[in-house]
Write a protein that binds this ligand. Structure first.
Ligand code: ADP
Length: 376
């Protein structure tokens, strides 16, 4: 019968505004009083005032209910005084006292019940507010992650385009322009521009909730292509790249752009870690192989892509936190790369693990299930 209503930030009862209830309560009061005061019935008619007290809960807040209770008690006393011999009629006095007790107890319980309902309504409202705040916070954080993802994924090819453009200009500015090198730089710029546009298309697809385009792919060729995109950047960072790609590997069901993203992230992370730590003779080894069913923890044969470096390696703390969004140790890092890698691989029913290698360096291991029956 009552509802919560916000008034200046606080919540209180909305009592029934219809005049029917107060009118009924008033009529009942008049009727009880008339019968009680004007007739000589030997019944505790004043007990019926409890109905008036209960009706008042729908009409007024706490103070009003207490007022009605006191008013009903006063009417009971008045009727008793008017209709009985106060000093001699013990039975009537007892009925009067029973009625007063009934009205007082009902009033007390009604007020307590009203308070309890109000507390419940306030708690429910606080819960609603907390739920709304949570929904807002999660919308903001999704938006933040989305923005960080876009920035992270598009930044890589754009930075590469810039590097290739600068290199191309340098070759052109020579006394004897090296047109072959310029052509290579422009080719690389084209490839990276295409990549950036594919990434954007993929993100637009994600925003539209379209499923990634899964096709059977040759894992070794995919790793090779991804590394080709990074050659110049690795050269700039003076990092040596060694590829060990097993032949005739089974195909994997994958979204090409997303898997390229994973390989590029892992290789660039390795290169940046070594460059920051000023590793002597920085080298990245990328291996693509088949882990036989007997050796794979998954209990089935898996395609493994390993990216190993001879950089500073990973502390226990970094290993635990590096896949969490926004964890970074780089001055200009966003900490989204590995979080994205992991979610991409999970969508491919694969996994990623990080570890250290002897004598030094980190190794990232990606596992993907092969397509049964197809080989590259
Ligand atoms: P970001 O590259 O923006 O820092 P990532 O999620 O790709 O975000 O990486 C998170 C962190 O993991 C890096 O800041 C770095 O501390 C650590 N990390 C990743 N790869 C390596 C690696 N090969 N060697 C050492 N640390 C690494």
């Amino acid at each position: 019968m009552t509802e919560a209503m916000q008034q200046g930030g606080s919540y209180m009862y909305r009592t029934i505004r219809s005049p029917a209830v107060p009118a009924a309560a008033a009529a009942l009061t008049v009727a009880i009083f008339s019968v009680d005061a004007l007739t000589s019935l030997d019944v505790a008619i004043a007990v019926l005032y409890v109905a008036v007290v209960l009706m008042s809960v729908w009409i007024w807040p706490r103070r009003g209910v207490i007022g009605v209770m006191l008013f009903c008690m006063a009417l009971t006393l008045l009727a008793f005084v008017l209709s009985h011999d106060v000093l001699r009629d013990d039975a009537a006095l007892a009925r009067c006292l029973v009625s007063l007790a009934a009205i007082a107890i009902t009033g007390f319980l009604a007020v307590k019940g009203q308070e309890a309902t109000q507390a419940l309504l306030q708690r429910e409202e606080a819960l609603n507010q907390a739920r709304n705040q949570l929904a807002h916070a999660s919308r903001v954080s999704t938006l933040g992650e989305m923005t960080a993802t876009i920035a992270h994924e598009v930044n890589q090819p754009l930075a590469a385009i810039l590097t290739h453009g600068q290199a191309g200009l340098r070759w052109l500015d020579r006394d004897q322009p090296e047109l072959g090198e310029v052509r290579r730089a422009v080719d690389a710029m084209q490839q990276n521009a295409r990549r950036a546009s594919e990434v954007i298309q993929r993100i637009r697809g994600m925003a539209r909730q379209s499923a990634p385009s899964m096709v059977p792919l040759a894992p070794a060729a995919l790793v090779q292509e991804s590394c080709d995109l990074l050659r110049r950047e690795l050269h700039r960072l003076r990092v040596k790249l060694k590829l060990e790609l097993a032949a005739d590997l089974p195909l994997v069901m994958a979204d090409k752009v997303q898997l390229q993203q994973v390989v590029i992230n892992l290789v660039m992370n390795a290169a940046q870690a070594m460059s920051e730590a000023m590793t002597v003779a920085p080298t990245i080894e990328v291996r693509c192989s088949l882990v036989p069913a007997g050796e794979a923890q998954e209990g089935a044969a898996m395609i493994q892509v390993e990216v190993a470096d001879n950089g500073p390696g990973l502390s226990q703390e970094h290993m635990e936190r590096m896949f969490s969004a926004f964890f970074t140790t780089k001055k200009e890092g966003m900490g989204m790369g590995l979080a994205i890698c992991r979610s991409i691989l999970e969508a491919h029913h694969g996994s990623i693990r990080a570890g250290n290698r002897a004598p030094q360096g980190a190794v990232m291991r990606v596992l993907l299930p092969p397509v049964t029956g197809g080989t590259s």
